[in-house]
Design a protein around this ligand. Structure first.
Ligand SMILES: Cc1ncc(COP(=O)(O)O)c(C=O)c1O
Length: 439
């Protein structure tokens, strides 16, 4: 959501820059750093006169107040210590290290740095049987969705939730998996649209879903904000197993889940034989611009001839990608440090508060409001109206940009999505304007 004339950028980069280097800085013991004037653990930089003998002295007395000063002026002093520290620990900032002969690194492993792969496996999949070499670090989930489509090729069939994040359908069209766009139903031929509406609790009626090779499934879902339950995901895994399908599970919003619903498809028994997972630091750490994500492909996931899917994906990654930026990976490593995880939860918590404000606003106006609980998106129903008409009216009368639901598939018609990614004051202002419009 954005308010025109006010920057409502989703960027939270100012908060993420603090992640960089935490991990390295933490490993430095205070005893390693020598600072002049350290007395009983208290750092003092006393402005004492020089004891050196001078050949000639004027007759002017020194201002005795100068001798009272306990330290150099604060900011030059910090800058001096920072420079000394950087010289001593060039590795403490990855970007600085890259400017040195010793610290420079060029192409890295296409699959990502070993330590980051291991930390992602531990942070998000501990006890779920996903290991370091199952993780492929990427420049974001969206790029991986396209790389996965290249992996699958043009002969597969695919299913998507309707509505869903548009990258699944569009990449499928580009790869040639679909037929033409059918204007009457607003669907591409040969794609199985799994309708997710309030009537079915935003989970598809699997008994009515045609078998496909690939099932893209996003939970919590963009745009509906709905997170599937353990029981529903168990049914999905069973459905995939019965049909011999592969689930591509998009968990880009998993950290927004605040109840007992699964955060990973691998929490479901048997899921490793039928699923892979794409995910991202974009919505957890404000890395929308930094760009970092990953795909987890278990060794148990095999093609019909028994060949491991991960091995082919490795080949695709090595051919189509030269690895995520080493600076972004250093940031990712900081994200999955204890301080980084805490900071990510704070970021998520902030946006969840924004979400509550939006939900309350539309509830108070008498709308049917969905999502919001486990996702930064609120899905609002305008029965009998076209999404684009609602979008235009809101834009025209409040200057607030929302997203028309039909942009996510025909199942989104009659809804708009309101995003919680914004500065608090802008969210409050937008909600004030919504109240004026719909009171
Ligand atoms: C469901 C979903 N998956 C993936 C992405 C893209 O993530 P990334 O920034 O890592 O490319 C988005 C971004 O909005 C998303 O909503």
């Amino acid at each position: 959501m954005s308010v025109i004339h006010q920057s409502l950028s989703t960027s939270i980069s100012s908060s993420t820059s603090a992640f960089l280097g935490h991990r390295y800085l933490k490993s430095i013991k205070s005893s390693d750093v020598s600072i002049p004037g350290r007395i009983n653990g208290v750092v003092k930089c006393v402005a004492t006169p020089s004891t050196e003998k001078t050949v000639y002295k004027t007759t002017v007395s020194r201002n005795e107040n100068m001798g009272k000063l306990q330290a150099g002026y604060l900011f030059p002093e910090i800058a001096r210590r920072r420079a000394a520290h950087m010289l001593k620990y060039p590795d403490a900032q990855r970007s600085y290290a890259l400017s040195t002969v010793e610290g420079y690194t060029g192409y890295g492993a296409e699959q990502g740095e070993k330590q980051l792969r291991a930390s992602i496996a531990k942070t998000y999949y501990e006890n779920l049987g996903i290991e370091e070499d199952d993780i492929f670090v990427s420049d974001g989930a969206k790029s991986d969705i396209s790389r996965l489509q290249v992996l699958f090729g043009s002969k597969v069939t695919m299913a998507v939730q309707d509505p869903s994040y548009p990258a699944y359908v569009d990449s499928s069209v580009i790869l040639g998996q679909t037929g033409q766009f059918q204007k009457d139903v607003e669907k591409y031929g040969n794609i199985e649209y799994m309708k997710c509406t309030p009537e079915n609790g935003f989970f598809p009626d699997l008994s009515a879903v045609r078998r496909t090779d690939i099932i893209f499934f996003c939970s919590p879902n963009n745009p509906t904000g709905y997170a599937a339950s353990r029981e529903q995901l168990t049914r999905l895994v069973e459905f995939a197993k019965e049909n011999g399908s592969i689930i591509v599970y998009d968990s880009a919003y998993a950290m927004y889940v605040s109840d007992d619903n699964p955060r990973s498809i691998f929490e479901i028994p048997g899921a490793k034989e039928v699923s892979m997972e794409v995910s991202s630091f974009s919505k957890y750490a404000g890395f929308t611009g930094v760009r970092l994500g990953w795909t987890a492909i278990p060794k148990e996931l095999l093609y019909s001839d028994g060949f491991p899917v991960a091995k082919d994906f490795n080949r695709i990654v090595c051919t189509c990608f030269n690895g995520a930026s080493n600076i972004a990976q250093a940031g990712g490593l900081a994200c999955v440090s204890p301080e980084g995880i805490k900071a990510m939860h704070e970021v998520v918590g902030f946006y969840k508060e924004n979400t509550d404000i939006i939900v309350e606003t539309f509830n108070s106006l008498g709308f049917k409001v969905y999502g919001g609980k486990n996702a930064p998106y609120v899905w609002i129903h305008f029965p009998g109206q076209s999404s684009w008409e609602v979008f235009s009216e809101i834009l025209e009368k409040t200057h607030v940009v929302t997203t028309p639901g039909s942009g996510f598939g025909p199942g989104g018609e009659g809804f708009i999505r309101v995003s919680a990614f914004g500065h608090r004051e802008n969210v409050l202002e937008a909600c004030r304007r919504f109240k004026q419009l719909y009171k």
